[in-house]
Design a protein around this ligand. Sequence first.
Ligand code: PEP
Length: 223
Amino acid sequence: MDKRIWIIANWKSNKTISEALEWLNQVGPKLQKRENIQVIVCPTFSCLPELKKEIQTHAYPIFLGSQDLSPFDKGAYTGEEPAELLKELVNFSIVGHSERREKFGETDEIVAEKVKQTSSSGIESIFCIQGVKTPIPADVKIAAYEPVFAIGTGTPDTPENAQKVALEINSKNPEVNVLYGGSVTSVNCASFVQQQNIKGLLIGKASLDPEEFLKIIENCAKV
Ligand code: PEP
């Protein structure tokens, strides 16, 4: 298939620095540089500097993303990670994941501020939407459709419904690359990326295991 497929790992709050490096050194050497596959790993903030060094040392074809970022500029915001500083470490950032909306009270307004921060710092947002009603800020080029019922439950959406949602998003936002996320595995991954409007996957649990993640990449590359 003649399209670029985004394969994005969201490790959530998992992996120590040494576990993250172990994963990287299992996955990195087995990844071929492929024009049609773009691999992005989003670890915890604390793992980013070490992973960046290791990726650069070995020239692994992997990009780094953060799982979140501050809605504010740099300054007196204790505990926040502003885009202006994160840009030394990442090219991408997940924004508006449903776990942040549910557990940390993030609203559409807050996530829109975060997108503004990414845009002004040259970081690409991987903007999570829970359905067609989630507003997508103007600068967003990558949006991951992640229905809440499918996240971490083992019950993915159907590829056909994900395609329907992606098509509806593209009818209003033709520039947006729509990804699917929610209980993706090496068994079901190809059925999603085979859909015309689905340009990749955001993967939680299945991305933690290097062998499973590599299988996902292999199976998507064959599509
Ligand atoms: C996610 O949280 O972004 C996700 C897709 O999780 P999982 O793959 O575990 O359902």
